[in-house]
Write a protein that binds this ligand. Sequence first.
Ligand SMILES: [Zn+2]
Ligand SMILES: [Zn+2]
Length: 159
Amino acid sequence: MKRFVLVEQLLKERGIRLTSQRSLVVRRAVSHLHFTAEELVEDVRRMDPTVARGTVYRALALLHEAGILEKHDFWYGPPYYEVTFGKAHHDHLMCMQCGEIIEFQEPRWERLQDEVVKRYGYQLLSHTHKLYGLCPACRRLTPKQAPKHPPLHVEEVVA
Ligand SMILES: [Zn+2]
Ligand SMILES: [Zn+2]
């Protein structure tokens, strides 16, 4: 719960007050690694069925604006959200079959991209690496075969 307290404090400093429903949304968001908006809606409603879908989406937008939350667009499935506040930089590996997402750090890549950026006289502000593949469990189920019909990228619906 310590991370939630820090997030709440940061929001307060920025003049953002959390209603009890918003507070629940933030608390649940902080407790998950990577999640879709709809997964969060479901999760929050398990605790309080009266929370409207719009409340969850607005809380996500709020956290995003505050720089606490990152939105990840992956090739497969809807966008994923992650509370990156207080977390070290990392990149992602995704299973195209089951959607599992793994976080990894690779210092050699970080160094290489610094070299590339320097070569063009840029200053690096941000980057993402996303690797797509099949996890060990899915490889056992579908040997040598990538999924033929990956799920379509679903647009976000704000109700
Ligand atoms: Zn998998
Ligand atoms: Zn992550």
